[in-house]
Design a protein around this ligand. Structure first.
Ligand code: NAD
Length: 480
């Protein structure tokens, strides 16, 4: 059975303890590889390597750093098929999705930041003809990057690429639930000739290897994506140590559909924004607010389309809904469906686990589920489920709908469907979310700020926001 290894100081290494964890293929329920159960000793080794590499990497010309990162992007594209297959096996997502979204976006992350640093400029100000102020932005040191399982390589590289581009060295940990593509990235970095110690990848459990990264005194900045409760615990540890933190956390996103929308586009995109990646994208819309005038029609059409989505083997080309990432998460989603029923919800479609015949009969599959009739204040409508489960509610009064849309503790993203520009603008401005999509969903421009308000996080990723996070500003004032 394949043993994943840590990538430290340019080498693939066993964990010091020599202990491993099982890595399960969620579509079959079978263990198919082993993950290092790393601890503080492995993190110590990784930090040492990253510290040693920092002086040379941070002073390497931007153009040279850019070349390394572009070569990594090229190798990701060259190994696109193998990476997509690994992502699908590890995560349970349809191979087609990994192939069309996850892997191309991972190489795009490297390419974007590799070229962004070539265009970075710093500020200067002439102050009343008596002084000149100029601001330098320099790399900080060893960055800790921790990512979740839902878009494994995509979100891992979304942190690593700007951290390295800005001149930091990195100690990173992918989710223990989906470690395989990070392991393949280690080999790509070796092939790209990335200097030893510039990127170090430590595998293992969050409370063990992850916590050791958060607590390490030689890691002054932490970029984290994951659940809100983990984010709170990280923030309190990092706060005591006065570390710089960026937190991208959970969401409970509203999708608002007005009667004057482009109906077919709203319907087909809402199907995607509800159930893509089994609903396990932090940006999925899980609470639909549909204007009364089209409520019944939209509901019936959406239910029909959801029922037509093929749930099954992620390897099959026509599969639209693959496996839930793990047994624990599968059980959590099913328990939320039971909770929704207890809270008075009517399950319009789905609501059950699916038995897929053949090699996937032990896998973790759940039908796309649509629930109506729930008050906006109930737990089903307030807590993140992170699965193929959405609730739908009708509205007539826009202000009342906005009150409900804004009522959760989260504030990551929202979707608005209307052909009326004034309405789109007014509603967008009133939504308490970091991202609003009007008449689209998941349309990304890597230059835009990415992140959430309230319990969805602190800080923003993307574009200059990321490069600012991964650098320290210093202002120098010279009297003329
Ligand atoms: P999680 O919080 O359980 O784990 C995320 C990562 O943190 C993993 O690598 C894990 O090993 C590590 N970790 C866990 N405990 C830790 C600790 N004490 N110290 C350091 N590291 C620790 O989240 P998950 O279940 O992997 O991911 C799903 C969550 O991520 C959802 O809530 C989802 O909304 C969120 N998410 C947010 C965004 C965003 O951009 N805002 C994007 C994707 C996912």
């Amino acid at each position: 059975m394949e043993k994943i290894q840590n990538y430290i100081g340019g080498q693939l290494l066993e964990p010091i303890s020599k202990t491993y964890l099982d890595n399960v293929n969620p579509a079959t329920g079978k263990v198919y590889s082993l993950i290092p159960d790393s601890d503080a000793q492995d993190v110590e080794l990784a930090v040492k390597a990253a510290k040693e590499a920092f002086p040379a990497w941070s002073t390497t010309a931007a153009e040279k750093r850019s070349q390394y990162l572009l070569e990594i992007a090229r190798l990701i594209d060259e190994q696109h098929e193998a990476l997509a297959l690994a992502e699908s096996i590890d995560n349970g997502k349809p191979l087609k999705l990994a192939s069309h979204v996850d892997i191309p976006r991972a190489s795009a992350n490297f390419r974007f930041f590799a070229t962004a640093i070539l265009h970075q400029s710093s500020e200067s100000h002439l102050t009343d003809q008596v002084a000149i102020n100029y601001t330098t932005r320099t790399p900080i040191g060893v960055a800790g990057c921790i990512s979740p399982w839902n878009l494994p390589l995509y979100l891992f590289t979304w942190k690593i690429a700007p951290a390295l581009a800005a001149g930091n060295t990195v100690v990173a940990k992918p989710s223990e639930v989906t470690p395989m593509t990070a392991h393949l990235l280690s080999k790509i970095c070796q092939k790209a000739g990335l200097p030893a110690g510039v990127l170090n990848i430590v595998h293992g459990l969050g409370p063990k290897a992850g916590q050791a990264i958060i607590e390490h005194p030689e890691i002054p900045l932490i970029s984290f994506t994951g659940g809100t409760s983990t984010g709170k615990s990280i923030a309190s540890t990092a706060g005591q140590l006065l570390k710089k933190v960026s937190l991208e956390l959970g969401g409970k996103n509203p999708a608002i559909i007005f009667a004057d929308c482009d109906y077919e586009k709203a319907l087909s995109t809402t199907l995607l924004s509800s159930f893509s990646n089994q609903g396990q994208i932090c940006l999925c819309g899980s609470r639909l607010f549909i204007e009364e005038a089209i409520y019944e029609k939209f509901k019936n059409d959406l239910v029909q389309k959801a029922q037509a989505l093929k749930v099954g083997d992620p390897m099959e080309d026509d599969t639209r809904v693959g496996a839930i990432v793990s047994k624990a998460h599968y059980e959590k989603i099913l328990s939320y469906i039971e909770l929704a029923k207890l809270e008075g919800g009517r399950v319009l479609c789905g609501g059950k686990a699916v038995k897929v015949a053949g090699r996937c009969e032990e896998g973790y599959f759940i039908e796309p589920t649509i629930i109506e009739g729930l008050p906006y204040t109930c737990r089903t409508n307030q807590e993140e489920i992170f699965g193929p489960v959405i609730t739908i509610t009708s509205f007539t009064d826009t202000q009342e709908m906005l009150k409900q849309a804004n009522s959760t503790s989260y504030g990551l993203a929202a979707t608005v469907w209307t052909q009326n520009l004034d309405k789109a603008t007014s509603v967008s401005h009133q939504l308490k979310t970091g991202i609003v999509w009007v008449n689209c969903w998941l349309l990304r421009d890597l230059r835009t700020p990415f992140g959430g308000m309230k319990n969805s996080g602190i800080g923003r990723e993307g574009g200059w926001e990321a490069l600012r996070f991964f650098t320290e500003a210093k202002n120098i004032c010279i009297k003329l």
